[in-house]
Design a protein around this ligand. Structure first.
Ligand code: GLC
Length: 808
C-alpha cells in the first residue's frame, strides 16, 4: 500500500493532508445555515447564499480541467518575485512544508517557505453571512520579511443554470467595483430576470488590512490565456485598480506586509453578502459596512470562530461513544454526524461532483432528517412540516422541490415518496415524547403544483399517504411500482402500470406499524384496528408472492413475472427485498435464510451489491432494463451504500452482531481505502459515497457521488441506534446492541428527553446480542417490557448512569 495522503487527529476531530493532488477534491462544508461554501484539501471551492442555484456567489468549474478550481485563493509574493500559497492551489510553487486540514466547520492550510509560515483558516462567521479568511504570517527566518499578499475569488452570475446557458449575454449585467468608503470590492448582478431580484445580494470582499491595490476583472487579473495559477497581475506585484461593468468579475485585493524577525501578523479577508443590492443599494451598502466594521474589530473573527465551534460541540455532544474500534469511534463521533448535517442542509444538491441545481429530493430529505430527529428534533420537525406541504390531496408527494428557488416542484408519481414522512414523524415523536407536532395544520399542494389546496393536520397528511398506497395496489395486492420506488431505476419493470414492488409493501408495513403506535398514543383505537387489517393484507400478499425459495423477490413485473428470482440471468437477487423484510418484521419464517442468501450472493467483502449479476451495459438489449446503466454501477449491480445501511440494521435486528459489524466496517471509506488505495477509491476517507462500483465493473471499489447521499443519515442511524442499539421509541429509549462478540463492552453518552445518560455496556460472556441486566444509578430495572428506559424510570433526573450487562 502506498503512503496514504492523510492522517486523522481524533482529539481535534481533524483530518490532515500531506499530499494534495488527490484523484478528486476532498471537500469540507463551511456554513452558518444561510451562507455556505465548500473547500477542498487544495483550496478549491465555491460559495453560495441560500441556494447554490439562485445565489451562487463564486464560481467552480464542474467537470472541467484543471479540476477543483477556482477557490478561495491567497498568493504571497516575495521581494524576489517568487509567488507561493498557503494552500496547494493556486500557485503550486514548491514549499518547505505544507499541510491542510478539515474539521467540523473549518479548514486550515499551512505552508512554510524560507522561514515564513502562512496559515490560512477558512470558516463561516455565525452572526454574519461572511466567509472569514483568517491568515497568520509568522517570520522565523531571522531577518525582516517584506512581501505582498493577494486574496482572490472569481465571482459568479448568481443563477447557476442561466450562467451556463446564457452567460455570454448575462455577463453584461455584472458590476464589481472597489468602494472607497467600504474599502472593499462590492459586486452586484443586475439581470432583470432574476426571480428573486429584490433580495439579490450585494457581495463584498474586504479586509482588515490596508488595501494597496485591487482588481475586479478576472481576465485582466489572470492575463490572456493564463489562469489563476500564474496571474499576470500578481506577477507584476501590483493590481491594476480596475473596476468592472460587464465581463467576468472577480475580487482581488492586495496588501503589503513587512514583518520583523520573530514576529507574527494576522490579517483577515471577508467575503460576504447583504440582501437587496438592487432594491435598495444604499441600505445594502450600509449593511455591508456595518458587518465589515464589526468584523474588523480586534478579536471579532475569533469570537465568530468560537461560536462556530460551540455549535458543533453541542451538536456532536448529543451522542458520543467510546468503542474498542478507532475507525468506528471516529466515524460515529465526528464524521458521520458531520456529513448528516450536510445532507440535511443540501439534500443531493451540491458538492464538488453535484452541481447544485437539484433542489430538495422529497424522499431524500425525509430520510436525511432522520439523523437530525435525534440531535435537532426542531429542525427535523420544520422540514417535515415543509415536506407535508408538498404532498397532494390524494396523498402522494412531489418528487423534487426548489423551495428557495420558488420553482414549481417536479411531480412524476413515485410509489414511495410519501411513505418516508411516517418514519420521520415517528423518529421525532420517539425522541421528544411530544406528539403535538402531528396536530400542526398544513396545506396540501394544489394540482397546479404551486398554490396550496385544503389544509389538514400533519396526522391527516400521514393518513392520506396510507390511502394513496392503498388506492394503488396491484393485482397481487402489493403496491404498484408507478414511476419507480426507492430505486430510481426500477421503473422499466412497471412501465405498463401493472408492476408491483415488494419493497414498497415492506415500507408500507413498517410505516403502518409506526402509525399504529402513534395512533395508540393518540387514543385512536379505530385507526389502530384499521392499520392492523392493512398490515395483515400486506403480510398475506408477501407470504403468498414474495418468497422465491432462498430469498425474497423484489417485485412482480407488468406481466406478473418475478423480479429477482433464481432463474434469472441478471439481477436474480436484490438486497433491499431481504433487509426490508426484517425491518418491516414480516414473513418471519424466511428472514434468516433471506439474509444468509444476501450474505452469500451479494457480499463482496467491500460492501453488499444492490443486486447481482448486473445487467450488461449498452449495446446489449437488457441495458434498457436499467435505463442504460453500465454493469456494476449504482442501481445496476453496484455497492449501493445506503442499501448497505439497511442490511446492517437487519442483521442487528436479527441479533447477529458479528455480521452486522462486518458489514458496517467493510464499507467505511477509510477501510476501503486501506484495501484499494486512494487512487482507486477516489473519494473522501471521512464521508460516505452514494455508491461504489461493484465487482461487475473493472474499477470495483471506486467511490461515486460522495458527500450528498442518503448513506449519511442512514449509516448514522444504523450505527447509533441499531449496532450500538440506543434507539428512541415511543415507549422510551430502547437499549438493544448488536456488537462483535469479541468486544468487552462500550460506553455511550447520550442526551434523551432532558436527561444526560452515561450508558456503559458490558459483555462478559462475549455474546453478539441480548440483555441480561440493566441498572439505573445502581438500581436494577425490570426487563418485563423489554430493555427500555422509560421516562418513569429516569424520573425527572438530569443525569443518569446506566449499566447494561449483555449475556444469554
Ligand atoms: C439516489 C437518489 C435517491 C434514490 C436512490 C436509489 O440516491 O437520490 O432518491 O432513492 O438513488 O435509486
Amino acid at each position: 500500500m502506498n503512503h496514504l495522503p492523510y492522517r486523522f487527529h481524533d482529539a481535534q476531530r481533524e483530518i490532515r493532508f500531506d499530499r494534495f493532488d488527490l484523484p478528486a477534491p476532498w471537500i469540507n462544508y463551511l456554513s452558518n445555515g444561510r451562507m455556505h461554501a465548500f473547500v477542498s484539501q487544495a483550496g478549491g471551492g465555491m460559495s453560495w447564499w441560500l441556494s447554490p442555484m439562485m445565489f451562487r456567489l463564486t464560481r467552480y468549474r464542474f467537470y472541467n480541467l484543471p479540476i477543483d478550481s477556482p477557490g478561495f485563493y491567497v498568493y504571497l509574493r516575495m521581494a524576489d518575485g517568487t509567488v507561493w500559497s498557503p494552500a496547494f492551489r493556486p500557485s503550486e510553487t514548491p514549499v518547505d512544508f505544507r499541510e491542510a486540514s478539515h474539521a467540523p466547520g473549518y479548514s486550515k492550510f499551512t505552508a512554510k517557505k524560507d522561514g515564513l509560515t502562512a496559515a490560512l483558516k477558512l470558516f463561516m462567521a455565525q452572526d454574519y453571512d461572511t466567509l472569514v479568511w483568517d491568515l497568520k504570517l509568522t517570520n522565523e527566518s531571522g531577518e525582516e520579511i517584506v512581501c505582498d499578499v493577494f486574496a482572490y475569488v472569481e465571482l459568479s452570475q448568481f443563477l447557476a443554470r442561466e450562467e451556463n446557458v446564457l452567460g455570454y449575454y448575462l455577463k453584461w449585467n455584472t458590476r464589481a467595483v472597489f468602494d472607497e468608503d467600504l474599502q472593499a470590492v462590492t459586486y452586484a448582478y443586475t439581470a432583470w430576470m432574476h426571480p428573486r431580484k429584490d433580495e439579490s445580494p450585494l457581495v463584498y470582499f474586504g479586509s482588515d488590512a490596508k488595501i494597496e491595490s485591487f482588481c475586479c476583472n478576472r481576465d485582466l487579473f489572470c492575463g490572456n490565456y493564463r489562469d489563476e495559477r500564474n496571474p499576470v497581475e500578481v506577477q507584476n506585484g501590483r493590481l491594476s485598480n480596475t473596476n468592472l461593468q460587464g465581463g467576468e468579475p472577480c475580487g482581488a485585493l492586495h496588501t503589503h506586509v513587512s514583518l520583523q524577525a520573530g514576529k507574527e501578523k494576522r490579517l483577515h479577508f471577508f467575503l460576504g453578502v447583504t440582501k437587496g443590492a438592487l432594491s435598495d443599494y444604499d441600505k445594502a451598502a450600509a449593511g455591508a459596512k456595518d458587518t465589515l466594521t464589526a468584523l474588523r474589530e480586534d478579536g471579532a473573527a475569533d469570537q465568530q470562530f468560537a461560536k462556530l465551534q460551540s455549535w458543533w460541540r453541542e451538536h456532536l455532544a448529543v451522542y458520543q461513544c467510546e468503542l474498542p474500534d478507532a475507525d468506528a469511534n471516529r466515524m460515529l463521533n465526528t464524521w458521520n454526524p458531520l456529513q448528516s448535517v450536510q445532507t440535511a442542509r443540501y439534500s443531493r444538491s451540491i458538492s464538488s461532483d453535484a452541481s447544485g441545481v437539484r433542489g430538495i429530493g422529497f424522499r431524500d430529505t425525509a430520510q436525511d432528517m432522520l439523523a437530525q430527529a435525534y440531535r435537532k428534533p426542531e429542525w427535523a420537525t420544520e422540514m417535515l412540516w415543509y415536506l407535508a406541504s408538498q404532498q397532494l390531496e390524494d396523498g402522494h408527494a412531489i418528487h423534487t422541490a426548489w423551495p428557495e428557488e420558488k420553482r414549481p416542484p417536479q411531480d412524476i408519481t413515485r410509489s414511495d415518496d410519501h411513505i418516508w414522512m411516517v418514519y420521520l414523524a415517528y423518529a421525532i415523536a420517539a425522541e421528544t415524547g411530544d406528539l403535538s407536532f402531528l396536530d400542526k395544520e398544513i396545506p396540501f399542494l394544489g394540482t397546479d403544483l404551486m398554490t396550496p389546496a385544503s389544509t389538514a393536520t400533519l396526522w391527516e397528511h400521514l393518513l392520506r399517504g396510507v390511502d394513496f398506497t392503498e388506492q394503488h395496489l396491484g393485482e397481487h395486492n402489493l403496491p404498484l411500482i408507478l414511476f419507480s420506488d426507492w430505486n430510481d431505476h426500477l421503473g422499466p419493470f412497471g412501465r405498463k402500470g401493472k408492476g408491483e414492488s415488494v419493497m414498497v409493501s415492506q415500507q408500507h408495513v413498517y410505516a403502518l406499524r409506526q402509525l399504529s403506535e402513534l395512533a395508540e398514543r393518540r387514543g385512536d383505537s379505530n385507526a389502530v384496528e384499521a392499520f392492523s387489517k392493512l398490515i395483515e393484507k400486506q403480510e398475506t400478499a408477501l407470504e403468498q408472492y414474495a418468497w422465491d425459495g432462498e430469498w425474497f423477490l423484489r417485485g412482480l413485473d407488468d406481466e406478473a413475472q418475478p423480479i429477482g428470482t433464481h432463474t434469472q440471468a441478471h439481477a436474480r437477487i436484490w438486497l433491499n427485498a431481504q433487509s426490508w423484510m426484517v425491518i418491516a418484521d414480516a414473513c418471519k419464517a424466511h428472514q434468516i435464510e433471506a439474509m444468509d442468501s444476501a450474505a452469500r450472493e451479494l457480499d463482496t467483502g467491500m460492501g453488499l451489491l444492490l443486486n447481482t449479476p448486473g445487467y450488461p451495459g449498452w449495446p446489449s438489449k437488457e441495458a434498457a432494463m436499467v435505463n442504460g446503466l453500465p454493469a456494476g454501477y449504482s442501481e445496476n449491480g453496484g455497492v449501493f451504500c445506503q442499501a448497505n445501511c439497511w442490511a446492517i440494521m437487519a442483521e442487528a435486528l436479527l441479533g447477529r452482531g458479528d455480521r452486522a459489524w462486518n458489514y458496517y466496517k467493510q464499507i467505511m471509506p477509510n477501510e476501503v481505502i486501506q484495501k484499494v488505495g486512494v487512487e482507486r477509491y477516489h473519494a473522501e476517507a471521512y464521508a460516505y459515497c452514494s455508491t461504489m462500483l461493484g465487482k461487475d465493473n473493472e474499477k470495483f471499489g471506486w467511490g461515486c457521488v460522495s458527500q450528498v447521499t442518503g448513506t449519511a443519515a442512514w449509516m448514522d442511524v444504523a450505527a447509533t441506534q441499531y449496532l450500538l442499539g440506543i434507539r428512541p421509541t415511543l415507549r422510551g429509549l430502547l437499549i438493544d446492541p448488536s456488537i462483535p462478540s469479541d468486544w468487552e463492552g462500550f460506553t455511550v453518552e447520550r442526551s434523551y428527553r432532558g436527561c444526560r445518560l452515561t450508558i456503559r455496556v458490558e459483555n462478559p460472556e462475549h455474546v453478539q446480542h441480548g440483555i441480561k441486566e440493566i441498572r439505573v444509578d445502581g438500581k436494577k430495572v425490570s426487563l418485563e417490557n423489554g430493555p427500555l428506559l422509560m421516562e418513569s424510570i429516569l424520573n425527572g433526573r438530569s443525569n443518569a448512569r446506566i449499566q447494561v450487562i449483555l449475556g444469554s
